[in-house]
Every structure is written in C-alpha cells, then in structure tokens.
Design a protein around this ligand. Structure first.
Ligand code: ZN
Ligand code: ZN
Length: 281
C-alpha cells in the first residue's frame, strides 16, 4: 500500500521515477519465482545441519530475543559488508544499489542469487550461536518488514531522520546515506535496524543535510535497462578477469574490493572516502 501511495504521489509531484519502478517490478517477479525458492531451501538445509553443532540453545524469553536480534544484526553486517568489499559478492549485491532514485520499490531490487547468499551467511551464524529456528523466523520477519520500510523515498517522507530516533536506531535517513555514491557516504551504514555494529566497526555515517544523497553506483550504467542493472557488474568483472595478466591477478579481481586494480590505480570506496575526508582538512 505504501508503494502504491508513494508511486501515486510521484505522479502528483511530477517526479514519477518510472524507470526505477519499472525495472524493480521486473526484478521482483523474477526473484519471487527463482531466488526465494533457493533461499528457503538453503535455510532449511542449514538449520538441519548446523543446529546440532550449536553449543547451547536460546529459549523463548525476552532477553534471548534481544540476544538473537543482536546476533542477527551482526550476521547481517557480515553478509552486507562482504557484499560491498568482495568483488564477487558485489556482483550479487550491486543490483540493489543501481536505482538512481530512492523509493519503496528499491526494496525488491536484488539479484536472484543474493537472497541465497545472504541467508546462508545469516542463518549459519545465528544457528551456530544458538538462535532457535522459531526465534530466527520471528527476527527475519521483523527485519524484512523494517528493511523494506527504510527504502521509503523523499516523495513520501522528506526528512526521514525521525528526531531522537536517529540516534537510537537505523532510520531511512541512514539507509539513504548507504545507497548514496557521494564520497562521504560510500560504504557506510551496513546495519538494518540496530546500528550498533556500524558503530563498533566504524562504518557509521549520519546524513549531512547540506549533502543531498546521489543514489546509484559509481560505474556508468543505464539504470533503466534490466540487463545492465542485473548483469552489468558480472560482465564488468568477467572483462577485468579476462584481461588481467597472470593467474594471481585474475584471482585478485574476484576477491578484492570493487575498484581494486592490478596496476595499482585503485578506486575503492575506502580510498575515495579517505581522500575526500582528507581534502576537507
Ligand atoms: Zn549495500
Ligand atoms: Zn537498501
């Protein structure tokens, strides 16, 4: 309903963002059919395999719920961080970052293998650390619902910092920062609801109201093309691997962060952000 309202408001305000809605809708249909089935299978398999290995099991009390949520958020951080820092995983995650506007349809912009990849890491960590499957499903439901909401666009909520809440939890404002390619904002705010791990690992960044988020990825893409949004990063990686000299360089392209180059001219997000902060003095 929120997506529909946001979409209609886009037409009313004459900022319809049709390109983003169209491509995300196509991706949504494809992912529902293929990606979700694989992910659900993986989760079932991992629970059956790893639960007997956990040293202890949580019970249904409130403090175990808090524990479970903190562990889940940690596992989410790991999956999401690797999705930005390992080029192969970036190929799976980049689809989610290609939209050049922010609205609720971006929630559904994912490469179909990203859900299996994300749920493998998140489920494994949670189950091995004793989070019971019932608790895991409850947390997944809350996380999924809130994770959709943080993509709310400026057409629906202009200032999404929500006052003091911005200091307490991860708001849509934080996630707008995450989706932005402004040098200050690149590769920050990897959490979903509780941003404790961004603070622990020093990837926390608030929205600077002077710096409007510029959404999208740094590679020039045609964000209205399903093929470019969906397969563009895989094609780019394949090209880099093909033309790289020697087997070590070829492998490095697969595991090093996006922007890494064998000739030493790195343009990684970390480097760009550091240079920007240094240039401010
Ligand atoms: Zn991301
Ligand atoms: Zn997002």
């Amino acid at each position: 309903m929120l997506i529909l309202l946001e979409f209609v408001l886009g037409w009313v305000y004459k900022k319809p963002q049709t390109k983003v809605y169209k491509v995300n809708f196509l991706i949504y249909v494809f992912n529902r059919i293929v990606g979700r089935f694989i992910a659900i299978g993986m989760v079932g398999f991992l629970i059956g395999w790893l639960q007997p290995l956990a040293p202890f099991q949580t019970s249904g009390t409130w403090y175990w719920f808090v524990y479970g949520y903190i562990i889940w958020e940690f596992a989410h951080f790991i999956y999401h961080y690797l999705g930005h820092k390992v080029r192969l995983f970036w190929c799976l995650h980049a689809t989610h970052h290609s939209p050049e506007d922010m609205n609720l349809s971006v929630t559904h912009a994912h490469f179909f293998l990203e859900a299996p990849y994300a749920d493998t890491i998140r489920t494994s960590i949670c189950i091995l650390l004793g989070v019971r499957p019932e608790l895991l499903f409850l947390i997944m439901f809350i996380d999924g619902t809130y994770g959709a909401f943080i993509h709310v666009g400026e057409n629906l909520i202009k200032d999404a910092r929500f006052g003091w809440l911005n200091h307490l939890i991860l708001t849509p404002s934080h996630h707008r920062v995450h989706h932005a390619r402004n040098p200050l904002y690149m590769d920050t705010n990897f959490c979903n609801l509780l941003n404790i791990w961004d603070r622990v690992f020093k990837t926390y960044q608030e929205e600077d109201m002077e710096q409007k988020p510029e959404y999208g990825i740094t590679r020039k893409i045609n964000s209205g093309s399903f093929v470019d949004v969906y397969f563009g990063e895989i094609i780019a990686l394949a090209k880099d691997v093909w033309y790289a000299p020697g087997i070590a360089n070829k492998l490095a392209y697969i595991v090093m962060p996006p922007g890494w180059s064998h000739d030493g001219h790195h343009k990684t997000a970390k480097r760009i952000r550091q240079d920007y902060i240094k240039s401010l003095g």
